[in-house]
Design a binder for this molecule. Structure first.
Ligand code: HEM
Length: 487
């Protein structure tokens, strides 16, 4: 661990809860508006500057009391050890209303438990393995379409890829361009409508005045609604006996024979269309862009692919050995977590990390802030996949005298708190698609990197915050490494 690590700030826990020591340190904003405008201008900058005030930092914005949490042990407390004392809460539920209030990501209590149990069957290890071929075939097809020297909008291309994978694997469906465009428009419209920037605009406008962003959101959601209704009706009209997720939902039945309501069916589909593609596309986009800017990491990746894949596309059997590939995916999500904060609200006034949290406070567990904190990460702003390998400086490990792929493993620093890294959340409500996403990230990176390398066209990152951390239209130039099958 680094000597620069500065130790805990104010009242942080040492794993056990201490009695409350007082109110929260706060970021003081403007009268009435609080920090609304500064967050609207620069949400990530706001998180970074709030971190200087302590481990649990209060602020108000958008008419809500928030507390940003930067202490990994407090994150563990909220998500895992005292999870039943915290609900998704009003802020998160309000966000859910925009997307899918009856979907598994936003329901609570018994309704959530039943939904999660039902959907879990699509995410068992065996099921995920059965999706691997689809993930590789789609990634190969994507990279095979690119010409040498072509400029590619990474975000656009990879969103298209992850949506195709999702519908092919989970829905057993070929998604044509029209349907993909409907989902893309809705995704973009929700992201714009849910962004801190838009919240800031709306908080200074009268409620009766719909903004253009609101109108676009409503039109895009109406199109999505028709698409989802059509998907369900078609599957019911053909054969809904399959084991895929769309058939499961078209049958609309829990294992004990109870029925899902039409709103629940619709909202699960919408949930998966969003949660299942936009997040992974974000992670892949940042990973490819980071790779494009680091020739040492790129070469190391190529050495791993040559050793593990031996001139053909990866398969499920290679996943274990794609260690460096996994380290790249992890490191990209450390620096640029697709979900920048996980929200919870205590059921009653409580104590966290030695601080009193009043009832009604929305806790914002800051993946972005914690995963870039120099107390847990050496040189936190640096892209260093090696930090994930068992024996840190592994550059050159494939050279003569290195251990070879079988000698490597992913290992977290034992001195680092577990929740210093939580891109998939944690506890009972951890990401249902975590294994799906990690498998897809590794297979897609390996399959694409066998065919092409990228050079950056867009020099600097300027991410914004929407539903996910939006990398914007990052452009790269393609360098082909192999000939396409058709050449
Ligand atoms: C890199 C990709 C992904 C990231 C970073 C990510 C992140 C997250 C996070 C942080 C949560 C927890 C939210 C909370 O506790 O409030 C979550 C929940 C969820 N994710 Fe993901 N996710 C990813 C991919 C996926 C995929 C591929 C799927 C489905 C195919 C998926 C489906 C879900 C669902 C259904 C939930 C709600 C679970 C519940 O509340 O029980 N996610 N995700």
């Amino acid at each position: 661990m680094s000597e620069t690590r500065s130790g805990r700030r104010d009242g942080a826990t040492d794993g056990t809860e201490r009695p409350a020591t007082g109110g929260l340190p706060r970021v003081e904003g403007l009268p009435l508006l609080g920090s609304t405008l500064s967050i609207g201008r620069d949400p990530l900058g706001f998180v970074e500057s709030a971190r200087e005030h302590g481990d649990v930092v209060g602020y108000d914005a958008f008419g809500t009391d928030f507390a940003l949490v930067f202490d990994p042990d407090a994150v563990e407390t909220v998500l895992v050890s005292r999870a039943d004392e915290f609900a998704k809460g009003e802020f998160e539920t309000g966000f859910g209303e925009l997307i899918a209030p009856d979907g598994v990501a936003f329901t609570e209590g018994e309704q959530w438990r039943r939904q999660r149990q039902l959907l879990q069957s699509s995410f068992t290890p065996a099921r995920i393995q059965s999706y691997a071929t689809g993930m590789v075939v789609e990634a190969g097809a994507l990279a095979d379409r690119w010409d040498d020297g072509e400029t590619v909008n990474l975000r656009r291309a990879l969103s298209h890829y992850t949506l195709r994978v999702l519908t092919r694997t989970l829905f057993d469906l070929e998604f044509g361009d029209d349907r993909a465009a409907t989902v893309r428009q809705a995704t973009e419209a929700i992201s714009a409508y849910a962004s801190p920037e838009q919240h800031a605009v709306q908080s200074v406008l009268p409620a009766w005045l719909p903004t253009p962003t609101e109108r676009e959101y409503e039109a895009a959601m109406a199109d999505l609604e028709s698409l989802v209704t059509d998907l369900i009706a078609r599957r019911r009209g053909t054969d809904a006996a399959g084991e895929d997720l769309l058939s499961l939902l078209a049958r609309a039945e829990y294992p004990d024979g109870a029925r899902l309501s039409p709103a629940e069916v619709r909202d699960q589909l919408v949930t998966f269309l969003f949660a299942g593609h936009e997040t992974t596309a974000t992670a892949l986009t940042f990973a490819c862009w980071l790779l494009a800017g680091d020739s040492t990491v790129r070469e190391e990746l190529e050495r791993e692919l040559a050793a593990v894949c031996d001139g053909v596309d990866p398969t499920v059997a290679d996943l274990e050995e794609l260690t460096y590939t996994e380290a790249i995916a992890r490191e990209a999500m450390r620096l640029y977590p697709p979900v920048v904060g996980v929200y919870r609200e205590p059921q009653a006034a409580t104590t966290l990390a030695g601080r009193r949290i009043p009832a009604g406070t929305t806790l914002q567990l800051s993946t972005y802030g914690i995963q870039r904190d120099d107390r847990w990460w050496d040189d936190p702003a640096a892209f260093r996949p090696e930090r994930w390998l068992a024996n840190e400086d592994r550059t050159g490990y494939m050279d003569e005298g290195g251990d070879g792929p079988e000698g490597r493993s992913i290992e977290s620093d034992p001195d680092r708190p577990e929740y210093a890294y939580f891109p998939f959340g944690g506890g009972p409500r951890h990401c249902l698609g975590m294994r799906f996403a990690m498998t897809e990230l590794k297979l897609a990176l390996a399959t694409v990197a066998r065919r092409v390398a990228f050079d950056r066209v867009t020099d600097a990152l300027d991410p914004s915050v929407g539903v996910t951390l939006d990398p914007g239209p990052l452009e790269v130039r393609v360098r082909r490494r192999n000939k396409r099958k058709t050449e």
